[in-house]
Ligand binder design. Sequence first.
Ligand SMILES: O=P(O)(O)OC[C@H]1O[C@H](OP(=O)(O)OP(=O)(O)O)[C@H](O)[C@@H]1O
Ligand SMILES: O=c1cc[nH]c(=O)[nH]1
Length: 180
Amino acid sequence: MDSEKAVQILDEKGITRAITRIAHEILEKNKGPQDIVIIGIKTRGIPLAKRIALKIKEFENYEIPVGELDITLYRDDLTKEQIDPVVNGSSISCDINNKIVVLVDDVLYTGRTARAALDALVDIGRPSVIQLAVLVDRGHRELPIRADYVGKNTPTSKNEIVRVKLSETDEENLVVIEAT
Ligand SMILES: O=P(O)(O)OC[C@H]1O[C@H](OP(=O)(O)OP(=O)(O)O)[C@H](O)[C@@H]1O
Ligand SMILES: O=c1cc[nH]c(=O)[nH]1
């Protein structure tokens, strides 16, 4: 851990256990893997989405399509001057119309990223249901958003930061809370 003030809340095994549980819960809630599309929100939602899909493949021998969503253009704090039409890193090659879309992100905090993701999704298609899976719910919602699947509920104070590190993006797997 880099910072002396950091407190580890999940190690590599804990992250894997949380992903395994979320994969089981997704299958249970939706009565199997049919018609599910998993979409990761940039940045760390994408590797988490792929890990969940891989678990479902292990359990059910069923390949769930995985997409990538860039919510940058849908942020509610984006000013007109910041809007750059070339910023669109979304990559969703499968049809999401009438599908069960499971959005995946690493941290749920104010809910503003999840809200932006909903806007981005409805511009792409009309899923039958949209669900939300997060590795960590740290509270402090500013919008009426809740997650359907939560790896770990972690009460935090507003002057803390939850930092998720994944081997795909950060070369290690852990979640820490840091004081700012
Ligand atoms: O509920 P919220 O208040 O919106 O906070 C949660 C979001 O904040 C972080 O993203 P960040 O904007 O830092 O981008 P990153 O994922 O690319 O690091 C995190 O990955 C979530 O997407
Ligand atoms: O603590 C936080 C808040 C938002 N996003 C994060 O990744 N961590």
